[in-house]
Design a protein around this ligand. Structure first.
Ligand SMILES: [Zn+2]
Length: 113
């Protein structure tokens, strides 16, 4: 499944970032158009984090709305689902600005004891 490879590369990134410390929290941003199922992502994370620097870490997810900009009237809008027509001029000459991304926002490390 798609989500598994994403989690693997996320864990790699955490590993590099943590430099031997334990990770406390991983905050990710997921665009609603990214094709990633947040539920599966979290499940995969909980499976794969065992015996990594993230083993005690929790994952926090923030969903990013889909926004489009209309090249005809220049207006920006948040759209639901996959309706990419401009709500103002009804034109189809739009471009997706956000909602396709998926990345780690930040990583919190555990305090040294
Ligand atoms: Zn428009």
């Amino acid at each position: 499944m798609h989500e598994y490879s994403i989690v693997q590369s996320m864990l790699d990134l955490c590993e590099k970032h943590a430099k031997g410390k334990q990770v406390d929290k991983v905050v990710v941003k997921i665009g609603k158009m990214s094709g990633i199922e947040p539920h599966f992502l979290k499940e995969s994370f909980n499976v794969f984090k065992e015996e990594t620097t993230c083993q005690d870490a929790t994952m926090e997810m923030h969903l990013i709305d889909i926004t489009i900009v209309c090249k005809d009237c220049g207006k920006e809008d948040i759209v639901d689902s996959f309706n990419f027509f401009c709500p103002h001029c009804k034109g189809g000459n739009t471009e997706v600005l956000t909602g396709q991304e998926m990345h780690i926002d930040y990583i919190e490390l555990k305090e040294e004891k």
